[in-house]
Design a protein around this ligand. Structure first.
Ligand SMILES: Cc1cc2nc3c(=O)[nH]c(=O)nc-3n(C[C@H](O)[C@H](O)[C@H](O)COP(=O)(O)OP(=O)(O)OC[C@H]3O[C@@H](n4cnc5c(N)ncnc54)[C@H](O)[C@@H]3O)c2cc1C
Length: 328
């Protein structure tokens, strides 16, 4: 790629960070800016990656491709940054009740796939785990600073002239950006709590209408809530009660609450990300909803392949499926 000027990545949340590591690996010159004024959702994320979804234990969309890609990617970044943040860990999904257990066991042969191990009490999910997203972001920021490619700065349209192209990784803030506000975002606010308890297992992630995640410092996280009616940075009493109900339903009765985390997931109405260059100067890497950890590595790679003229992005995730909304 012959460039006169560097690219600019706007936003150092999970999406911008993962894309930045791919730009570095591909030797594409860039700068990355992150705003001190916008609130960042990635710091609230549980970071769980789980290839199985829904009551019928189906594989998530593109599970084979996404999960084959994400393991070596995060392990490589751990080496680059020199810190651990990637924690593969078994995930256990107990059967919701006897009725559901019988229903699933009767269909076991049709449902069965490589990510599942069945037991009397539920299923173990393989290739699951979690990423300490806050640690990945903090250490990546220091690394980018050392390379001289990071600025704590809010991007405004007038700043664009010094760059080959601008790639917006603004998370749910894009829904307020006049450039992108026409895109069908469906932001979903979420809350998660950190707590101390001796009751849950430290050996696996428990997943039953929510999750309990054991942390290296001895505490746990329980998550997560979803709401679509307000998008402030503030925790709410109703979400707190919902998280306490989740804890009770996962068998945790005695605990001390430590912190609450709040974020807004950049989800989209068609449940697919928004990726690619809308014009030569204008690109986007966004819309990863509640699955940024598993989706963003694979699609950052796909985006680089398109930028390098190797392979076009699938129309299903490409921003071009919405080009009729823009007049650029
Ligand atoms: C409670 C909760 C739990 C979650 N749990 C999980 C989970 O277990 N697993 C999972 O995969 N996902 C989870 N998610 C979803 C995950 O957080 C998102 O998919 C992901 O973090 C989105 O990252 P992002 O970079 O697109 O957005 P953000 O993290 O919001 O980052 C956007 C960044 O852009 C910056 N920015 C915006 N505008 C500008 C500007 N003009 N100039 C400069 N900078 C700008 C902001 O400052 C911000 O840092 C969870 C989310 C929540 C809220």
């Amino acid at each position: 790629m012959n460039l006169n000027k560097p690219y600019l990545l706007v936003g150092q949340g999970l999406a911008g960070t993962v894309l930045a590591h791919h730009f570095l690996q591909a030797n594409i010159p860039f700068q990355i800016w992150d705003s001190p004024q916008h609130f960042n959702s990635s710091y609230a994320a549980g970071g769980v990656f789980n290839p199985v979804t829904g009551r019928k234990l189906e594989k998530t969309w593109l599970a084979d491709e996404l999960f084959d890609y994400l393991f070596p990617f995060y392990q490589q970044v751990e080496k680059t940054l020199g810190i651990p943040f990637f924690y593969p860990m078994p995930l256990f999904r107990p059967f919701a009740n006897d009725e559901m257990k019988h229903w699933l066991l009767e269909r076991k042969d049709q449902i069965q796939h490589a990510f599942l191990d069945w037991t009397e009490a539920g299923v173990w999910v393989k290739q699951a785990g979690w990423v300490d997203v806050a640690s990945l972001l903090r250490h990546s920021k220091s690394y980018f600073e050392r390379l001289g490619i990071y600025s704590e700065r809010t991007f405004k349209a007038k700043d664009g002239h010094d760059f080959e192209a601008i790639i917006y990784c603004e998370g749910f803030h894009a829904a307020q950006n006049p450039l992108w506000e026409k895109l069908p975002f469906l932001p979903a606010k979420g809350e998660l709590m950190r707590f101390q308890s001796s009751e849950p297992s430290r050996e696996f992630i428990l997943n039953k209408n929510g999750f309990i995640l054991p942390l290296p410092d001895g505490a746990f996280k329980v998550g997560a809530t979803y709401r679509w009616d307000e998008f402030t940075q503030l925790p709410t009493d109703s979400s707190r009660e919902e998280l306490k109900t989740k804890l009770a339903s996962m068998g945790v009765a005695h605990y001390a609450l430590l912190d609450t985390f709040v974020g807004v997931r950049p989800a989209t109405q068609d449940r697919r990300p928004f990726i690619g260059m809308l014009s030569n100067q204008l690109g986007i890497f966004n819309g990863f909803g509640s699955k940024g950890v598993s989706l963003s590595p694979y699609f950052a790679h796909a985006f680089i392949q398109e930028l390098n003229g190797i392979k076009e992005l699938d129309f299903e995730v490409s921003i071009h499926r919405y080009s009729h909304l823009f007049s650029v």
